[in-house]
Design a binder for this molecule. Sequence first.
Ligand code: PLP
Length: 393
Amino acid sequence: MWNQTMQKLGEERSVIREIFEYGAKRKEEIGAENVFDFSIGNPSVPAPECVREEIARLLKEIPAQALHGYTSAPGAPEVRAAVADYLQKSFGVPMRGDLVYMTCGAAASLTITLNALFEEGDEFVVVTPYFPEYKVFVERAGGKVVEANTDANFHLDKTELERAIGRRTKAVIINSPNNPTGAVYGEDELKMLAALLNGKSKEKGAPIYLIADEPYRELVYGVSVPCAMNFYKNTIVCYSFSKSLSLAGERIGYAAVCPACENADELFAAVCGAGRSLGYVCAPSLFQRVCANCLGKVSDINVYDENRRLLYGALTDMGYDCVLPEGAFYLFVKSPEADAKAFCERAKKYELLLVPSDSFGIEGYVRISYCVDGGMIRRALPAFESLAKEYFG
Ligand code: PLP
């Protein structure tokens, strides 16, 4: 036999993928322009020009063996140094290259970090609603997920966090800008969380870590994302270039241990050990270098911003209830009926493909991904209107 948990995970299709595949089938049946697929978070804006330029330059200037061969396990030293330098210049964190581990995207950054931290009996606190893979990653590492609800606007709730964090907590995972709500946690929130974590760490007699999952860091609309490392020393940042540079399929990101972290070098050794044991050594070599030379560059997020305004304005006018997202590229809308899955089924009648919130650890909402063509949003508005009439008259 083989591992039954793995078989179940492989068979249990992700809700988002299932809807996406249903959409592909419908497109074949009725034409792509008649299907309004808001399911998946695949960047719709091309990578910035610097990415293509860098690929071309690197291919020309660096001999193939050096460019495509192995780098050292945590990444090419000059790439790690460039990331550290960028973090230092951007956020004033005295980052060192030898605390940066290059990964295959944020998913790898998270699994590596969780495996590096986990000890028998550990719990990991996540705030609802949360990226569904957190549960898969935490449980595979051996840990238990403990959920803390957010407030009415999907921001951190002190009482809930106080309840959820205890002696067994190894880390709290936050994701700002947030998938699926678009919430961006401000300085006051991070100060509150840091004070709570400091107090709880003291009670526990050991540090409780903060895992800051930040694949949407640069995707913000008129607000900035405070750097978690400047608020709480025992922080590990899990970053990816999937969204900022529209490179989701190239699988490239990093995990960075805050230099002020207690025993940072030993913890980083555990990160390297986790990367090694999971087989996540030497992230894609060409893209390590491409990203190192495109740090600070971002795809054209004005396109997402226009989509955000268009969809939020139109949907709220029709009677739907949602909070204006401050970042990422998702709109989190209250389902007009308690059962969000039933609402999504009804939406399908109008060829609208939305994701029910249940797998994000909360009921009664749908996620609408607006990293899509603006033309599709405009074509979909009459469908949203017809659907709204079924509920609001
Ligand atoms: N964390 C969050 C909140 C995400 O939304 C995603 C991807 O959508 C990931 C992590 C994984 O990112 P990557 O594709 O870079 O592995």
